[in-house]
Design a protein around this ligand. Structure first.
Ligand code: FAD
Ligand code: DHB
Length: 391
C-alpha cells in the first residue's frame, strides 16, 4: 500500500495548489486525478483572478508566466439601457485583477510539482474513502484497471462538484444550501482580439452578455440562455448576431467577430455544504461550494480554502497544534458565504428574469442606476470584485 501525509483527490486549481504549498513546507502529498494531464491542461474554465490569487501565485513561486502573459485589469464596464458605465476598481480599492486562464494556472502548477519531484497520478480515479475517523484514512483508486490504496494522515477532497468525496459522507453529515437559477450561459472562445480592453457586463432586455478575454488575440464571450440550451443549435453567425445586439451601446461600440474555436453551455447554481470537515476528510473548492460564474469567484474561492487549510496543516505537522484544523470549516466558510452573496447579487443584477414582475424590473433598473452613480455603492461592488481579505 502507498503511503503519504496528505492524500489529495483532484488535480484542479485546489488540489494542485494545496500540493504545491505543502511541498514548500516539506509536507508530502500524492494527487490523484481521474483525467489525463492533457485534459486538465486544456479544459477552458475560469479566467479572472482576484488580487489575492495573483499575489498567492507570485509568493509561492509560480507567478512568472502569469506576470509575462496575463493581462492586468483595473476596472470593468457595466452596460445597460444601451449606456456604458465604468467601475474604476483599482481607484476605489487599490487592487487590480488579472486575466490569466485557469488552464494556464493548472499547467504552471503541474510543471512546478513535477519539477520538484511531486507525485501526480493521472488517469487514477478515486473510487472510495475509508477510515475517515481513524488515524490512517485511506483512499481507494483505480489506475490501469487495477484497484490500489493510499494510506494518509489527512484526505483533501479537491475533486470538484461531481467528485466522490462529498457524496461519500453519511446522509445527515452535511447540510446543503442550494439555489438553481432559471438560465445558463452559452460560452464561446474565439480567435479575435477583444473588442474592449476591459470586461463588459451587459444587462439587456434579451438577456445578459459578458465580453471577456484570454489574451490579446483570444476573446471569451458569454450569453444568457436556457439552462438546457443546445449549444450546437446555434450557428456561429447567430451567436455573433445575438452578442452584437446585447453588447451594443450608444457610443458606437463595435464587436469584432472571428472564428469560434469552442462553445458550450454552463448551468448556473449557488451551492454550499456545511461543515467542510468530516473526521480526517476536508472539502475544498468546488467539492464544497459552487457560485454562479457572474462574479468570477470559483477558482479564487478554491485558492482561499487551500490557503486556510495549508496553514492549518503546517501548524499541525510542525507544532502538533490542531486548532487550525478544528476551525478550518468555520474560517473558510466566512469567506465562502460572502462570495456566495456577491455572486448571487451580481447574477440578480445583471440577468433577465423571465417571470419578474414590472415592479421587480423597476427595482433592478434602480439598483443598476444606484450602483453606477453612487461612489459608496461602486466601492462595495469593486471591493467584492477585486476580492475580500482572507478570514
Ligand atoms: P475542479 O477544477 O473541478 O477540479 C477537480 C478535479 O478533480 C478535476 O480535475 C476532476 O477531473 C478531478 N476529479 C473528480 N472526481 C475525481 C475522482 N473520483 N478521482 C480523481 N479525480 C477526480 N472561477 C473564477 O474564479 N473566475 C472565473 O472567471 C470563472 N469563470 C468560470 C467560467 C465557467 C464557464 C465555469 C464553468 C467556471 C468558472 N469559474 C470561474 C469556476 C472555476 O472554474 C471553478 O470554481 C474551479 O475549477 C474550482 O477548482 P477546483 O480545483 O475546486 O475543482
Ligand atoms: C470570466 C468569467 C466570468 O464569469 C467573469 O465574471 C469574468 C471573467 C472569464 O471567463 O474570463
Amino acid at each position: 500500500m502507498m503511503r503519504t501525509q496528505v492524500g489529495i483527490i483532484g488535480a484542479g486549481p485546489a488540489g494542485l495548489m494545496l500540493s504545491h504549498l505543502l511541498a514548500l513546507e516539506g509536507i508530502s502529498s500524492v494527487v490523484l486525478e481521474a483525467h489525463t494531464r492533457d485534459y486538465v491542461e486544456q479544459r477552458i474554465r475560469a479566467g479572472l483572478m482576484e488580487h489575492f490569487s495573483v499575489e498567492l501565485l507570485r509568493q509561492c513561486g509560480v507567478g512568472a508566466r502569469m506576470d509575462r502573459e496575463g493581462l492586468v485589469h483595473h476596472g470593468i464596464v457595466l452596460r445597460f439601457g444601451g449606456r456604458s458605465h465604468r467601475i474604476p476598481v483599482t481607484d476605489l480599492t487599490g487592487k487590480s485583477m488579472m486575466i490569466y486562464g485557469q488552464h494556464e494556472v493548472v499547467k504552471d502548477l503541474i510543471a512546478a510539482r513535477l519539477a520538484a519531484g511531486g507525485q501526480i497520478l493521472f488517469e487514477a480515479e478515486a473510487v472510495g474513502i475509508d477510515e475517515l475517523h481513524g488515524e490512517r484514512p485511506r483512499i481507494r483508486f483505480r489506475q490501469d484497471g487495477r484497484e490500489q490504496q493510499i494510506e494518509c494522515d489527512i484526505i483533501a477532497g479537491c475533486d470538484g462538484f461531481h467528485g466522490i468525496c462529498r457524496p461519500a459522507l453519511p446522509l445527515g453529515a452535511l447540510t446543503v444550501y442550494d439555489k438553481i437559477y432559471p438560465f445558463g450561459w452559452l460560452g464561446i472562445l474565439a480567435d479575435v482580439a477583444p473588442s474592449n480592453d476591459e470586461l463588459v457586463y451587459a444587462n439587456h432586455e434579451r438577456g445578459y452578455a459578458l465580453l471577456t478575454m484570454r489574451s490579446p488575440s483570444v476573446s471569451r464571450l458569454y450569453l444568457q440562455c436556457a439552462p438546457d440550451e443546445d449549444a450546437d443549435a446555434w450557428t456561429d453567425e447567430a451567436i455573433w448576431a445575438e452578442l452584437r445586439t446585447r453588447l451594443a451601446d450608444d457610443s458606437g461600440f463595435v464587436l469584432q467577430s472571428g472564428p469560434i474555436r469552442q462553445k458550450g453551455v454552463t448551468a448556473m447554481r449557488s451551492y454550499v455544504v456545511e461543515p467542510l470537515r468530516h473526521g480526517r476528510l476536508f472539502l475544498l473548492g468546488d467539492a464544497a461550494h459552487i457560485v454562479p460564474p457572474t462574479g468570477a469567484k470559483g477558482m479564487n474561492l478554491a485558492f482561499a480554502d487551500v490557503v486556510v487549510l495549508s496553514r492549518a496543516l503546517i501548524d499541525w505537522y510542525r507544532k502538533r497544534n490542531g486548532d487550525g484544523l478544528d476551525s478550518y470549516s468555520a474560517t473558510a466558510l466566512r469567506r465562502v458565504w460572502k462570495a456566495e452573496r456577491f455572486s448571487w447579487w451580481l447574477t440578480s443584477l445583471m440577468h433577465r428574469f423571465e417571470h419578474a414582475t414590472p415592479f421587480e424590473r423597476r427595482m433592478q433598473a434602480a439598483e443598476l442606476d444606484y450602483v453606477t452613480s453612487s461612489r459608496a455603492a461602486m466601492t462595495t461592488l469593486a471591493e467584492n470584485y477585486a476580492g475580500l481579505p482572507l478570514g
